[in-house]
Write a protein that binds this ligand. Structure first.
Ligand code: GLC
Length: 551
């Protein structure tokens, strides 16, 4: 199938754009607001496309904006084909795609196939129908254990803490003895991917959006969806929190009967066939929390997903050995399947990398955010030189730290509530972006309020405060993205580690087919490093700094 191109921008001609793209993640509720209710929206995104074009990104990935009760920030979708009226309309999405394309920027949306919202018509129908009805087979429903079926069908826990199952109640509110699975919140029932109707529905959802001209999808919990037949109990690691499924990424959990099942690959083959029907072909990026690099790369086989987020690298922290191993493993295993690696340092689920990489003072327990910023900037520059594509999370280009002191009463992360306030601090990276000015909401919207309060000291980190200012983090991102785009040695291609790097320095060279080359060095130590003169003219770099040297 061919859809009318919405633009003839030359950047859109490259069908392999995803192999080395810089993709910017927009978390719509927190990006920019055009209305006056304190919540970001789709017209807001449209109004900042020039900013994104100037920044130099190739594509945006927009987190969910579909109709949703927002029990998990929109990752609880009640209708996959309509827009939450607080965020906009289908017409607004069409405008977004058209206007982004006019600037040569691709648009990826977010698909949530592991679960729907409990307000999705299918789940509402399930609750109204009796056991055995076809409506029950669209979700993972089983009889309970115990004489009165009052115990859940197995011991699976929710990622957001507590039981992974809830009992279905009848119209009178009485327990039915049947339970539905929710690996996340109780309002996010897991869909049954053994049911062909679920497959047909999602193929149709893909086509609905592809027909509107979007360029592809990021796939939520891409390693979930399929559960091991028989739903066996899982031997949870004994040292873990007895109340929660340990982080999706924990090696001990990687083999759980609800993650990374072989059967999930068949779904992506099916979707790839749909994506390839289009011209240009649509693309996928999986949220694939699989800690084993070889199993991770299997998702990127030629007839499956194009790319997936590389959380192995994100988890490596400020540790040269782990970073290098993550890079080597990723490159080797991806080369085997012919896919480009991707790199990511921050997103809407993890602590912003300025804060995450900041060293903690042993005496006070405080994080040194100044050093955190140095490291974050260096990590970004280093990462942008790696082969493949890179994901940037909104606000990291301003050097925003995590907001760690949100008052309990404004928190919205479902894991916060399910853990009794011991976990679930994902709101701290979702605080709205400061655009300009001294007073909250720093130009985020027309009013002074935003759905999550912004810190009092963010005016110096606003877009207006940083743009045009030499040395600001925003200008660093802009110039790095510009240089990356202009350099034929960056993007896809080989990487060669430089053996003569001084201690504490990770350094590699990149070379294009014509012999143009670039050296990238990251000094992980706090002290100055002297680089071999053979690498280029600039031979001394400061502590916790990265450089690109053009030969
Ligand atoms: C993914 C999303 C996260 C969401 C979860 C459940 O990990 O990135 O925000 O809470 O899936 O949908």
């Amino acid at each position: 199938m061919t859809t009318e191109p919405t633009s003839t921008h030359p950047a859109l001609e490259n069908k392999n754009w995803w192999r080395d793209a810089v993709v910017y993640q927009v978390y719509p509720r927190s990006f920019v607001e055009s209305g006056g209710e304190g919540m970001g929206d789709i017209p807001g995104i449209v109004s900042r496309l020039d900013y994104l074009a100037d920044l130099g990104v190739d594509a945006i990935w927009v987190s969910p904006f579909y109709t949703s009760p927002l029990h998990d920030g929109g990752y609880d979708v009640a209708d996959y084909r309509s827009i939450d009226t607080r965020l906009g309309s289908l017409d607004d999405v069409d405008t977004l795609v058209e206007q982004a394309h006019a600037r040569g920027i691709r648009v990826l949306l977010d698909l949530v196939p592991n679960h729907s919202s409990s307000e999705h018509p299918w789940f509402v129908e399930l609750l109204a129908a009796g056991p055995g009805s076809p409506a029950w087979d669209r979700y993972v429903v089983r009889e309970g254990r115990g004489p009165n079926r009052e115990e859940p069908p197995n011991n699976w826990r929710s990622v957001f803490h507590g039981r992974g199952w809830s009992q279905i109640l009848d119209a009178e509110g009485e327990p039915t003895g049947y339970w539905y699975l929710h690996l996340f919140d109780t309002t996010q029932p897991d869909l049954n991917w053994d049911n062909p109707e679920v497959h047909a529905e999602f193929r149709d959802i893909l086509r609905f959006w592809f027909d509107r001209g979007i360029d592809g999808f990021r796939i939520d919990v891409a390693h979930g969806l399929v559960k091991e037949a028989g739903l066996p109990d899982f031997a949870y690691p004994e040292d873990g929190d007895p109340d929660a499924t340990p982080a999706m990424f924990d090696e001990d959990v990687a083999h759980a009967p609800f993650w990374d099942q072989d059967g999930v690959h068949e779904i992506y083959r099916e979707w790839r066939r749909v994506a390839d029907e289009y011209d240009p072909p649509r693309v996928f990026c999986g949220e694939t929390w699989v800690p084993n690099p070889e199993r991770f790369a299997r998702y990127q086989r030629p007839d499956e997903l194009h790319t997936s987020f590389n959380f192995i690298y994100l988890e490596a922290g400020w540790d040269g050995e782990r970073m290098r191993k993550a890079i080597d493993d990723t490159i080797t295993d991806h080369a085997r399947v012919g896919a480009p690696p991707t790199w990511v340092l921050s997103n809407h689920d993890v602590i912003r990398h300025r804060t995450r990489l900041a060293p903690v003072d042993d005496a006070t327990g405080e994080r040194d955010l100044e050093r955190g910023l140095r490291r974050a900037r260096a990590a970004t520059v280093f990462t942008l030189a790696l082969p493949g594509s890179m994901y940037i999370y909104q606000g990291e280009e301003l050097g925003l730290p995590e907001v760690v002191d949100l008052p309990d009463e404004v928190r919205q992360d479902p894991a916060w509530f399910r853990s009794g306030g011991t976990d679930g601090r994902r709101d701290g990276c979702r605080v709205p972006i400061p655009w300009a000015g001294d007073a909250p909401s720093y130009g985020f919207g027309p009013g002074s309020a935003s759905w999550l309060p912004q810190p009092a000291d963010w005016s110096t980190m606003s877009v207006l405060a940083e743009q045009g200012v030499d040395g600001s983090t925003l200008e660093l991102y802009r110039s790095a993205l510009r240089a990356r785009r202009e350099s034929t040695a960056l993007g896809e291609g080989p990487l060669v580690w430089l053996a003569d790097a001084p201690a504490g320095v990770l350094a590699f060279s990149r070379e294009d087919a014509g012999g143009a080359s670039l050296v990238c060095a990251l000094n992980l130590e706090t002290t100055t490093a002297v680089l071999p003169a053979a690498w280029g003219s600039s031979v001394v770099i400061g502590g916790e700094t990265a450089v690109w040297l053009r030969a």
